[in-house]
Design a protein around this ligand. Structure first.
Ligand code: FAD
Length: 463
C-alpha cells in the first residue's frame, strides 16, 4: 500500500502535516513536486524564485531519501495537466490516498477542487502556511477582518492561549528505493540563499539572537536589520509556526512584547492577515482591487515612465538604489518596497498591477498574498491601506532611513562622490556638472498633488 504526497509551497520535511500524516500510516510514501512552467509564467513568476525552488528540491530529495521517501519530479506544464500527472502517479503505485497542504490562491484552490472531484482515491488536505488558519478569525459581527489592528489583537490573544508545537521529523517510510536527486544545484544562487534545511535553520537561529533589536534596525536598508527569512517562508522551506516556536523558546513572552520581538511577531501576523484576505476576498488574487470604487482609474500608461522606474533610472536616488538592489539580488528591503511602490503608483500614477507583476517576476520571495497586500496598501486601493492623500516623499524617507546615504552609495555608485546632504536629491540646488545620473523624472510635489487630485476626482465620480 502506498501513500502519495504532493509538495507545493511546503518544501520541507519538518512541520509538514501532509508528509507527516502520510508517513504516520506506516505505509510506503512517494512524494512529488514540480513547477508547472506555463502556469508559472502566466502567474508572472520569475527565475529567481524558480532557482531557489530548484535548489531547495535538490536538498529536499536527499532529506526525503533519508526517510526512504523518493521525490518524483513533475513535468506537466500547466495546473490542468498536473492533475493528470499526479493522478497518474497515484494510479501507477496503486496509492491508497493522496495528501497535500492547502494553497490559498484562487487558481491553486480551483486546481485542488478539480482534482478532488476527479480523484478515484482518498484525498487529504491540511493547513500549514499560517500561524492561525485563514478564515478562522471573525469580527463580533461574524465577518472577516478588513483592518489589521483588531485582527492582530485577536490573533495575539489566540496565540497566547495555545502553545505552538510544530510537527517534528516524521517517521521513516518502509523501504522505498530512492534514486539520486533530479534537481541539479545552482551553486551561485545557493551561495546567496543556502537552501538545505541545516542552513535555513542556522539563519533562523542567528536571527533569533538579533530579533530583540528589530524595532531599531528594521527600517534601515543599509544594515541587515531584518530576518531575510522571506524567501524560505515563500517556498515553505520554513513555516511560520517553526519561526514562532523557535522565538518562543528564547523569548517566552513574545506575544506580550512591545519591543523588537513584538514588532517582529507583528510582521508574521501581517503575513497571516494578507493570507486571510485572499481567502475571504478572492478577487484580490484575481487582479481586482479590494476597494472596488478604485476600479477604472485613469492610470498613466507610459511605457517609458515604467521602464525608468523598472531599471532604476528615475533620478530619485533611493528609488533607483532599491530597484537596482531588486534587479541585482532578487530581494528588496521592506522600507524600500514601500517607497518604490508609492513612487510608482502616486508620483508616476502607474497602475499598481504593473508594479505587482514586476515584483512577482523578480522577487526571490514572491508571494501573491503579501505582494498584493503590499502593493494595494501603497496604492491606497487595498484593505487598511494608506489613505490616498498620505503620500510618502521618497527624499524625506531617504534622509530619514538612510541618513548617510550608505545604501544609495552601494547601489548607485555614480553618486559616490556626493556628501550625505546632497546624495538624497542631487539636483535640488540646480544642475551638477559631470554627474552621470539623470535629473528627477518628475517633480515630487507636483506629481503628488496630481495623484491626490486624480484620486479625489475619481472617487467623487463613483458616488
Ligand atoms: C509593495 C510590497 C511588496 C511586497 N511583496 C512581498 C512578497 O512578494 N513576498 C513577501 O514575502 N513579502 C512581501 N512584502 C512584505 C515585506 O516587504 C517582506 O516580507 C520583507 O521585506 C521580507 O524581508 P524579511 O524576511 O527580512 O522580513 P522581516 O522584517 O524579517 O519580517 C519577517 C517576516 O514577516 C513577513 N512580513 C514582513 N513584513 C510583511 C508585510 N508587510 N506583509 C506581509 N508579510 C510581511 C515576511 O514573511 C517576513 O519574512 C511586500 C511589501 C511591499 C510594501
Amino acid at each position: 500500500m502506498t501513500q502519495v504526497v504532493w509538495l507545493r509551497s511546503d518544501l520541507r520535511v519538518q512541520d509538514n502535516p501532509a508528509l507527516f500524516h502520510a508517513l504516520q500510516t506506516g505505509e510506503d510514501v512517494i512524494a512529488c513536486t514540480g513547477i508547472a512552467q506555463q502556469t508559472w509564467q502566466r502567474h508572472r513568476r520569475g527565475d529567481n524564485q524558480a532557482t531557489l525552488i530548484n535548489n531547495r528540491c535538490h536538498h529536499l530529495a536527499a532529506e526525503l531519501a533519508a526517510l526512504r521517501v523518493p521525490l518524483r519530479r513533475l513535468a506537466a506544464p500547466t495546473f490542468e495537466a498536473q492533475i493528470d500527472e499526479v493522478l497518474g502517479l497515484c494510479g501507477q503505485f496503486q496509492a491508497k490516498a493522496l495528501h497535500f497542504n492547502v494553497q490559498y490562491e484562487w487558481d491553486e484552490a480551483q486546481r485542488d477542487q478539480a482534482l478532488a472531484q476527479r480523484a478515484p482515491l482518498r484525498v487529504h488536505s491540511y493547513h500549514d502556511q499560517c500561524a492561525i488558519r485563514p478564515g478562522t478569525l471573525k469580527t463580533g459581527q461574524g465577518s472577516f477582518y478588513s483592518v489589521f489592528t483588531p485582527f492582530k489583537r485577536r490573533w495575539l490573544a489566540l496565540q497566547s492561549e495555545q502553545m505552538i508545537q510544530p510537527l517534528g521529523t516524521p517517521p521513516a517510510s518502509k523501504a522505498m528505493a530512492c534514486t539520486p536527486s533530479e534537481w541539479a544545484l545552482n551553486a551561485q544562487a545557493e551561495q546567496q540563499w543556502p537552501s538545505d534545511t541545516a542552513s535555513v535553520h542556522q539563519r533562523l537561529n542567528a536571527w533569533i539572537s538579533l530579533a530583540h533589536r528589530y524595532d531599531q534596525t528594521r527600517d534601515l536598508p543599509s544594515v541587515d536589520g531584518t530576518s531575510q527569512l522571506s524567501p524560505y517562508l515563500a517556498i515553505g522551506a520554513l513555516s511560520a509556526q517553526q519561526i514562532l516556536h523557535a522565538l518562543a523558546m528564547e523569548h517566552p513572552g513574545l506575544y506580550q512584547d512591545s519591543g523588537g520581538i513584538g514588532t517582529f511577531v507583528s510582521e508574521i501576523c501581517w503575513r497571516d492577515f494578507y493570507r486571510n484576505l485572499i481567502v475571504e476576498v478572492p478577487r484580490v488574487s484575481r487582479d481586482q482591487p479590494f476597494k472596488l470604487e478604485t476600479r477604472g482609474m485613469r492610470w498613466n500608461t507610459s511605457e517609458q515612465d515604467f521602464d525608468r522606474w523598472a531599471t532604476g533610472q528615475t533620478g530619485i536616488p533611493i528609488v533607483d538604489a532599491a530597484m537596482r538592489q531588486l534587479l541585482a539580488t532578487g530581494w528588496m528591503h521592506n522600507r524600500c518596497r514601500m517607497i518604490v511602490a508609492m513612487f510608482l503608483t502616486k508620483n508616476l500614477f502607474i497602475h499598481w498591477r504593473r508594479g505587482e507583476d514586476f515584483f512577482m517576476r523578480h522577487l526571490v520571495d514572491a508571494d501573491l498574498a503579501s505582494n498584493n497586500g503590499g502593493w494595494q496598501w501603497s496604492a491606497s486601493t487595498g484593505t487598511d491601506a494608506a489613505p490616498y492623500f498620505r503620500v510618502m516623499n521618497p527624499v524625506t524617507q531617504s534622509e530619514r532611513f538612510d541618513p548617510e546615504g550608505t545604501y544609495i552609495r552601494r547601489w548607485v555608485p555614480e553618486l559616490n562622490a556626493l556628501g550625505a546632504k546632497r546624495i538624497h536629491a542631487p539636483f535640488a540646488q540646480g544642475p551638477v556638472h559631470g554627474l552621470d545620473y539623470p535629473a528627477p523624472m518628475v517633480d515630487l510635489k507636483v506629481s503628488r498633488q496630481q495623484a491626490i487630485d486624480n484620486f479625489k476626482a475619481h472617487l467623487q465620480e463613483q458616488k
